[in-house]
Design a protein around this ligand. Structure first.
Ligand SMILES: [Zn+2]
Length: 414
């Protein structure tokens, strides 16, 4: 794939601390994300990307690889990655190291020998025997989430710009801030981006192809009790904590994240507080299937209403608020997004892994804003921690997948 080196780019990007922070309330949430945005802005200009635009207010960088001659009207597709890293572990002074031809044994990460990346804890390491793995020094995260995606996109861009014989329509690229705190699409300018369809390059394992995520809502109850001295409480006391407990027992026991997987939805109790006088509980409600999701939300409300019939109107206040939706409804009319990605993978011997995400993605939110947007692999693993690593060979193959997708869209046009 020529001498453009995705790993060289990646190792440069991870040196820049871009940790986001959900407590600042600003956009971007941390100014240091601009350090990478500026670098990408310069690099895109240097390699010849057109219309490079840096939204300095909100820290987004956009660019275009113009269509080759005769393909000006081919479908305009986009590729998106996020610049920030998780706030769970520091991303400052990342000292990445490459373990060449991994032998399947423990990798000691930290100089004191205490942080060890071991197949005993991470059995999937055994799938990488013989590959070169990029690891941390055990003090920070790596930042493959999502700088691997950024490096793969800039490498794809450079390959296309230096090989004008690969025919394609306009390719749009964008790098976003604050994905990790759920704000990645808050100021994303779909109009300016200009693609009809896009992919986020923000998955993990080589072959990941994600286009189904949860429908998500949060549910809250507040229980209003009546505190009376327990000595005189007969027929007078209403114990809010006990009613809260009763509410929970009305939800199906097995619909719990501890007992569900795949496409099974759940009610997850995230927080509970209570006294005799007042109690409250917060839940998240999840299901891939829209009808089952609606049913779960209704059941939540019905449980509260049942208790109000039993204990009196106003005892349980209930609120359900939608958070995000399963992108599948927006992808289904454009299954070429999936077919072309699968073709690009199988053409280079990669098996597509199509599993529903048990969470959400920026792509889900973009899909509902009018930009259908499944998620692709990066070759990174163990995100958000010191044990994060990336496979050199999987990252290189991911670049080939991106180029393959571009190629499929070019081919399907002619
Ligand atoms: Zn990510």
């Amino acid at each position: 794939m020529s001498n453009i080196d995705v790993i060289e780019k990646f190792l440069r990007y991870v040196k820049i601390d871009t940790q986001s922070d959900d407590t600042t309330g600003t956009s971007p949430s941390t100014m240091k994300q601009h350090d990478l945005a500026k670098l990408l802005y310069d690099e895109m200009n240097t390699i010849g990307v057109s219309n490079v635009f840096y939204d300095k207010d909100h820290c987004y960088v956009y660019g275009v690889i113009p269509a080759t001659a005769g393909y000006e009207n081919a479908p305009k597709i986009g590729f998106i990655s996020h610049m920030d890293t998780s706030d769970e572990v520091s991303g400052k002074d990342v000292k990445a190291r490459i373990v060449e031809k991994y032998d399947g044994n423990d990798i000691t990460l930290s100089s004191d020998g205490k942080v060890v990346l071991s197949p005993d804890s991470f059995p999937e390491l055994k799938n990488h025997i013989g590959e070169d793995l990029i690891v941390t020094d055990g003090t920070t995260l790596l930042g493959a989430d999502d700088k691997a995606g950024i490096a793969e996109i800039t490498t794809m861009a450079e390959v296309l710009l230096t090989n004008p014989d690969i025919p394609h329509g306009d390719i749009k690229i964008a790098f976003t801030p604050d994905e990790e705190i759920g704000e990645g699409t808050a100021h994303f300018d779909i109009e300016k981006f200009g693609a009809k369809f896009a992919y986020t390059v923000d998955g993990g394992k080589l072959g990941d192809l994600e286009y189904e995520n949860f429908n998500a809502a949060e549910g809250k109850i507040v229980v209003n009790g009546r505190s009376v001295h327990p000595g005189d409480a007969k027929d007078k006391m209403v114990n809010a904590s006990l009613i809260c407990y009763e509410f929970h027992s009305l939800l199906p026991v097995q619909m719990n994240p501890m007992y569900t997987q795949g496409r099974e939805g759940f009610f997850h109790l995230t927080e509970i507080n209570g006294s005799t006088e007042k109690a409250s509980a917060s839940y998240i409600i999840r299901d891939h299937d829209e009808a089952l999701f609606e049913k779960k939300k209704q059941l939540f409300i019905d449980a509260a209403e049942y208790l109000n019939k039993k204990y009196g109107e106003g005892t349980v206040e209930v609120k359900v608020r939608d958070q995000y939706k399963n992108m599948i409804e927006k992808i289904r009319p454009h299954m070429h997004l999936i077919e072309n990605a699968k073709k690009a993978m199988t053409d280079i011997g990669v098996t597509p892994l199509e599993f529903p995400i048990r969470g959400g993605t920026d792509g889900a939110s973009l899909s509902y804003k009018g930009l259908p947007c499944p998620n692709l692999c990066t070759g990174g693993y163990n995100y958000h921690g010191k044990y994060e690593y990336a496979s050199v060979q999987e990252m290189e193959k991911t670049v080939d997948i991106l180029l393959g997708i571009v190629n499929e869209y070019g081919k399907s046009y002619k």
